[in-house]
Design a protein around this ligand. Sequence first.
Ligand SMILES: C[S@@+](CC[C@H](N)C(=O)[O-])C[C@H]1O[C@@H](n2cnc3c(N)ncnc32)[C@H](O)[C@@H]1O
Length: 196
Amino acid sequence: MFKNIPKPMLARMEHLEAVDRRDRTDGTEHLKRLRQVPRITGKFIGLLASLAPAGEYVEVGTSAGYSSLWLWMALKGRGIRHKTYEILPEKAALARETFRLAGVSGDVELIEGDFLERGGSLANIAFCFVDCEKHFYESIFRMVAGKMVPGGLLAADNAISHQEEIKGMLDTVEADDRFDSLIVPVGQGVLVCRRV
Ligand SMILES: C[S@@+](CC[C@H](N)C(=O)[O-])C[C@H]1O[C@@H](n2cnc3c(N)ncnc32)[C@H](O)[C@@H]1O
């Protein structure tokens, strides 16, 4: 599913990777940086998404849409249109541009706003990728956990790099008998939870 990435998509991915690299070294302020996942994490969440059961596919934290493209690659053969939530209008505009240039605008639903306000009506969640401000992680897990289908997968990035900041979520997951979980040392560390 990661072979033969369409040329326009690959060009946009390489552009975003260059911007992200530059952001991290040139003093760009935190909220303006893309802060996207590295390729290896993109592939990992794509693989996870390809293994998740039927239901809703959701991403919290779109930024410029880089990780969404990895999810798109994983879902394209299955007719699944995933939803991705972004709170900042300027990032949502970048993501819209990414999806247009990559030719996937019709396959990805970009929802502008705070996931905690906009995601309440979701049901039957089969896959959820959490990659937003760390102080939201625990609330997002609490909101999503009861809406996940059996076998559903939730992945949260920065589980090693920001372990202290997301301790509330990690403890909540650990104490929840409905989930098995593991931190996988890929990229910045990805917490993977499976609803039993
Ligand atoms: C780390 S970046 C996401 C990177 C993206 N997943 C990628 O790898 O290409 C985090 C993004 O989450 C957004 N965000 C933060 N809190 C949010 C919330 N409560 N709801 C929706 N988006 C949120 C931020 O504006 C930011 O663009």
